[in-house]
Design a protein around this ligand. Sequence first.
Ligand code: ZN
Length: 174
Amino acid sequence: MDIVLYPDPRLRAKNAPVTNFDAELEATTREMFKLMYSTKGVGLAAPQVGLNIRLMVYNPSGSEKKTDDEVVLCNPKIAWKSKVKEDGQEGCLSFLNICGQVTRPISIKVQAQGLNGEPVEVELEEWEARIFQHELDHLDGILFIDRMSPASKSLVKGDLEDMVQEYKDQLANS
Ligand SMILES: [Zn+2]
């Protein structure tokens, strides 16, 4: 399992609902957590590892030792979001070292299914709400650069162009 990097089309593809809540799904989430920790991330969505299904994992602490903080969500959706929004700095494992400001609702209510298919309803705030919304965007083919302010995006324009060139070079050499 490897991280899919921008502008790989798998990051923009449609993601199918998770329907098999089996041992294979659990093994996939373990692998995703492992990859997430090894790359110092706090969240990872399935399309970022080339699996176009509606699955995300995250751990707001980013610490492999804090397994109690690990969250696995299948087929998640936002049932409610606050009108109050907040600016925050985000990065993304599919964008290497690129960061930027993104504005998002500060609190949300989430409906999803857990690893065994059981219904999950949670209210998330601030940092955790931000992580969730970033990962949910991935499941809809939306990337954080799509939501960056124009000022923020102009700062990373060169880096994004480099990534596109790198991707083209790799395709040409494969
Ligand atoms: Zn991301």
